[in-house]
Ligand binder design. Structure first.
Ligand code: TYD
Length: 196
């Protein structure tokens, strides 16, 4: 495939969206065609997941993990692969590592989550934007209403620990986001330049 597939991971409020936007602007200014996308998607399965996230629908955790995997399968075939075929850089907010970090924090085994995500295309680069939970929480609380996962600080602590634990095996590059926005963005650009 001609394009590049980059996934950006991290706990809620870690600064993913801000850095993805800055990265996209920079890539476009260098003549690259960029697609910004995210999971859960707004597709048929993604919409069910969003009802779970706002507490409108209760499902067993295994069913929740399978929905995330199904949503991802649709995302890969309808959005990610077509964009890569035409040479675009795909910046995906959240991917398999989100399922590994969140659904294991909610009680499932990492190996099981990994097995239901075997279909997923491997990114060319995975970035973990790491920030302590209290900093992330203060950021989102001041900007909008929180969903079920975001409100649960103990869950967020477990998610952060899981991310750091799986980083090596999932080949995630850890970027410390307790520094200035410029410093963090510069490091991200360096990582991305290395795979372009
Ligand atoms: P996100 O889109 O980052 O939230 P928002 O749109 O509110 O910024 O993701 C929504 C939530 O879904 C987030 O708490 C993480 C969770 N999630 C999982 O638990 N597993 C997954 O596989 C994915 C992709 C997301």
């Amino acid at each position: 495939m001609k394009g590049k597939f980059i996934s950006i991971e991290g706990i809620d409020g870690c600064g993913k969206s801000t850095h993805v936007k800055l990265l996209a602007r920079w890539l476009r200014s260098h003549g690259r065609k960029v697609v910004i996308t995210d999971e859960p998607t707004n597709g048929a399965t993604g919409r069910i997941i969003k009802r779970v996230l706002i507490g409108k629908l209760k499902l067993p955790i295994a069913a929740e993990a399978l929905l995330f995997a199904a949503d991802r399968a649709q995302h890969i075939s309808e959005v990610i692969k077509p964009a890569l075929k035409t040479g675009k850089v795909v910046l995906n907010e959240r991917y398999v590592s989100s399922s590994l970090a969140y659904q294991s924090a909610r009680g499932l085994s990492i190996n099981w989550i990994s097995s239901i995500n075997k279909h997923a295309l491997m990114p060319d680069l995975g970035i973990l934007i790491d920030v302590p939970v209290d900093i992330a929480f203060a950021r989102i609380k001041s900007s909008r209403r929180l969903d079920e996962f975001e409100r649960n600080l103990r869950l967020q602590e477990r998610v952060r620990r899981n991310y750091l634990r799986i980083a090596r095996r999932e080949r995630l590059k850890i970027v410390d986001n307790t520094r200035s926005c410029d410093e963090v963005q510069a490091e991200i650009r360096k990582l991305v330049s290395a795979v372009l």
